[in-house]
Design a protein around this ligand. Structure first.
Ligand code: DX5
Ligand code: ZN
Length: 199
């Protein structure tokens, strides 16, 4: 299945409910929610309270991208707040397998992500343990950056090893880069600025 996951990071934070309703009414299947801790990435965004509030207004599939150190500490809270899939960074986990297990035990799907500088090989042993791989096509932390083209090769590598896993791409996705990603076998396209700055 292919899906679009608009990134709420690019929404108007003063009108989150309205922005959320707009996405709800669109043909997008997921809502991408970027959580940052100011440590794993040099920025902060929104957290549990905002997710919880949005959950009351929206039945969309909440695609939660945790850009936080030791995400295992917060898995339970994010599931209770309404996450449908939790993606953690391989670079941020103390124990990757235990973190994946914890996400599954809480009854939601698990995703694993790598930053642009992390080799694709680091994901291979986990491919049959998670439902989704999230390829960062920009350095995590900020929206509106330029797409890093070598991410395409990484997506192709994963797709060649595993034909069924969901591959999501995040960062710099627009009308030019999206077709390249889909061609490489990506199934979920995250887009922030391209969607929220459009008319
Ligand atoms: C960056 C976030 C992205 C970001 C993408 O750390 O993970 O989800 O919102 O924004 P665009 O699509 O504008 O590059
Ligand atoms: Zn993201």
């Amino acid at each position: 299945m292919r899906a679009i996951s608009p990134s709420l990071l690019a929404a108007d934070f003063g009108n989150l409910q309205r922005e959320c309703e707009m996405i709800n009414a669109s043909s997008a299947e997921y809502l991408h929610i970027d959580v940052m801790d100011g440590v794993f990435v040099p920025n902060s965004s929104f957290g549990l309270a905002v997710l919880e509030a949005l959950r009351k207004k929206s039945g969309m599939f909440f695609d939660v991208h945790l850009m936080i150190m030791e995400p295992e500490r917060y898995v339970e809270d994010f599931v209770k707040a309404g996450a449908d899939i939790i993606t953690v960074h391989i670079e941020a986990c103390k124990d990757i397998e235990a973190t994946i297990d914890k996400i599954h035990e809480m009854g939601v799907k698990a995703g694993l992500s790598i930053k642009p500088g992390t080799p694709v090989e680091s994901l291979i042993t986990y491919l049959d343990k998670v439902e989704m791989i999230l390829m960062m096509s920009v350095e995590p932390g900020f929206g509106g950056q330029q797409f890093i083209p070598t991410t395409i090769n990484k997506a192709i590598e994963i797709r060649n090893i595993n034909q069924n896993i969901t591959i999501e791409i995040d960062g710099g996705i627009n009308a030019e880069t999206a077709p390249l990603a889909v061609e490489a076998g990506v199934t979920v396209l995250v887009a922030g600025n391209y969607i929220f700055s459009a008319e």
